[in-house]
Write a protein that binds this ligand. Structure first.
Ligand code: MG
Length: 159
């Protein structure tokens, strides 16, 4: 058995009149993330990390933002669809770690629920899914509250 890893990176702009959905949790906020789907930046980064480790391309190939059926899509449901593809490619999910960068609101009260959402969709134990949150400290597009970013890493075993 070989261990393989993949990285995922995503950004979405913060705009008025959109829900703020991160890790499958809808968070009270004046600004939400804009995008074709629910713009769940954290879950998108996790999907790309997993696809990368499995050698399955990227989220844009799998769920094109030109397709009407993905409009407003629940990204946790997209993540759930990724798991059988990973298994079919001869891989077993082992571990996922993700960091989300958002200036505000604070994500600490929501991290446990995000972790549960990811673990549930991937059928992994909570011990093998980790969610971290940090801020931009006033710097860059995150610090200026223009958008959010997420960086993920996935570990798989090749069967
Ligand atoms: Mg995205």
């Amino acid at each position: 058995m070989a261990t393989v890893t993949g990285i995922g990176w995503d950004v979405h702009p913060l705009v008025p009149d959109r829900p703020l959905v991160i890790g499958g949790v809808t968070i009270a906020s004046e600004l939400g993330l804009d995008g074709h789907s629910d713009a769940d930046v954290l879950t998108h980064a996790v999907i790309d990390a997993i696809l990368g480790a499995a050698g399955l391309g990227d989220i844009g190939e799998l769920f094109p933002d030109t397709e009407e059926r993905w409009r407003g899509a629940n990204s946790i449901e997209l993540l759930r669809e990724v798991r059988p593809l990973v298994l079919a490619s001869g891989h077993e999910l082992v571990h996922v770690d993700v960091t989300v960068l958002l200036e505000r609101p604070k994500l600490l009260p929501h991290k446990a629920e995000m972790r549960e959402n990811l673990a549930g969709a991937l059928e992994l134990s909570l011990a093998h899914v980790n969610v971290k949150a940090t801020r931009g400290e006033g710097m860059g597009f995150v610090g200026r509250v223009e958008g959010a970013a997420a960086l993920a890493i996935a570990t798989l075993e090749a069967r």
